[in-house]
Design a binder for this molecule. Structure first.
Ligand code: SF4
Length: 462
């Protein structure tokens, strides 16, 4: 029996709060009761197995009696589940603590819910689940590209909690086809979506087909662009559950309203094993080639897929977070009134030529290209473009009269497909040098966008 000291996590801080007598009884009883399939004490050298396999979709279970449904481990009746208004439930739980939300989720779905564990600070979810005293399941996506430190954490977590994590692997033939046709690092060239689809999204879909609900560690503060409005519980907008079809899967986000720093206070207070990469500056942790540490003050998502647009850094696991406007800001002829469309233009200098679509098409065809042209493909709402504005303007003024033209081309909105197809655009800003005599523009390969670095690039190719 765990003596929790009646500590409840509440609004990002640990507060002492007396649980009701009935609730304490339930917690204690359930911690003492060993879940089906889990030995009371695992024999030495043999891991306990607290979860069932997730990948095989199971036949529908028989409805259970009302008394059984009140048991912490019993799944809720079919009729009851379908009758739940999850928007109303999300409203009801908006001020609830993660522990209370976790408890509600496990209570409602019993053995048909599982925690998705990424190997980062979402280990907090496992701690909360343990604190409820209810049996719980955990699965993780092993993409084959994780850091060694993440695998070490998986092992530590299994031992610390006496659980078995169900690992979901990609289909070997799909990985083989991808690597054979595009190489091991195609995501740097083509964007991360294809690789994530093979290594993450499809294995996740298989896992979820065996469940009625899942629990994620998404937080609003992780990504202002894509996670700002996630509720604590919702009908999953993207994936299907055990019975298939829209609305067949419920998604719980117990820490949606918690700040990252409060998660860390909790992890330290409860002495939870954490990924050692965090001590090296990593905040958000994914696959090794697609994750890097961030500097103090940088947003954690800047450490993920840093070569791509800042507005849509989702791997597909939570693509329901991205609304259409996030995916493709509409700008240009008609506009749509969005914040992106209204963003004031940047790179405004007499030394910078504002290229139209026919203008840049002429450059592509070598027409009107007596001299080299340095051109930035940009979007005025992009923070990385805004950050390089001063140095690009200074560079343009330095190069004025040097025989090198400096230009800009707004490449978001309706111009984006063209820029992606013809101008090597993967993320904003993309800087191209159109040399005087060769047809193909040369893409600036570095993220250093200071005047000296850009001048070195131009001078080495002029
Ligand atoms: Fe592939 Fe990177 Fe996505 Fe991992 S995060 S699945 S390596 S693209």
């Amino acid at each position: 029996v765990y003596d929790l000291g009646q500590m409840i996590w509440s609004h990002g801080r640990i507060s002492s709060k007396i649980l009701t007598a009935a609730r304490i009884g339930a917690v204690r009883q359930q911690v003492a009761v060993v879940p089906a399939g889990l030995p009371a004490k695992a024999p030495k050298g043999q891991r306990a197995r607290a979860v069932r396999p997730l990948c095989a979709a199971e036949p529908a279970r028989k409805p259970v009696s009302a008394s059984a449904a009140s048991s912490p481990v019993a799944p809720v009746e079919e009729e009851e589940a379908s009758a739940v208004d999850y928007e109303a439930l999300a409203q009801e739980l908006v001020g609830a603590s993660p522990l209370e939300i976790m408890d509600r989720a496990l209570d409602m779905f019993g053995s048909e819910i599982a925690i998705a564990f990424s190997g980062a600070e979402d280990v907090a979810l496992i701690e909360y689940a343990k604190l409820t005293g209810r049996p719980f399941s955990v699965f993780s996506l092993d993409t084959g590209r994780l850091n060694p430190e993440t695998y070490e954490l998986f092992d530590k977590v299994e031992k610390h909690y006496g659980i078995h994590i169900e690992y979901m692997f990609p289909e070997a033939s799909e990985v083989q086809d991808l690597v054979r046709s595009k190489g091991l690092f195609s995501f740097y060239e083509d964007g991360h979506q294809e690789c994530c689809r093979v290594r993450k999204v499809r294995p996740l879909r298989r896992a979820l087909k065996g469940l009625k609900a899942w629990i994620t560690g998404q937080r609003k503060d992780q990504s202002p662009g894509t996670r700002a409005s996630i509720p604590v519980v919702q009908v999953d907008p993207s994936f299907e559950g055990l019975h298939g079809g829209a609305g067949s899967l419920i998604k719980w986000n117990p820490v949606a309203n918690v700040d990252g720093k409060d998660i860390w206070t909790f992890l330290r207070t409860m002495d939870v094993p954490v990924n050692t990469l965090h001590a090296q500056g990593y905040v958000s942790i994914g696959c090794e080639p697609c994750t890097r540490p961030v500097l103090p003050g940088q947003h954690e998502r800047e450490g993920r897929w840093w070569w791509e647009d800042a507005t849509a850094k989702e791997c597909g696991l939570h693509k329901g977070n991205i609304d259409r406007e996030d995916q493709a800001p509409k700008v240009g002829v008609n506009g749509n009134g969005s914040a992106e469309a209204r963003a004031p233009d940047i790179f405004q200098s007499q030394a910078i030529v504002n290229l139209t679509r026919p203008g840049i098409e002429n450059l592509l065809r070598l027409e009107n290209r007596a001299e080299p042209w340095l051109t930035v493909l940009y979007a005025p709402w992009c923070p990385y473009c805004q950050a390089m504005e001063a140095s690009y303007v200074e560079l343009a003024e330095k190069l004025s009269g040097s025989g090198i033209k400096v230009a800009k081309f707004r490449a978001d909105g309706e111009q984006k497909p063209f820029a992606q197809a013809e101008l090597q655009l993967q993320s904003f800003p993309t800087i191209l040098l159109f040399p005087g005599r060769t047809v193909k523009p040369i893409k600036y390969p570095s993220e250093k966008r200071d005047v000296q670095s850009l001048l070195a690039f131009v001078n080495s190719l002029r």
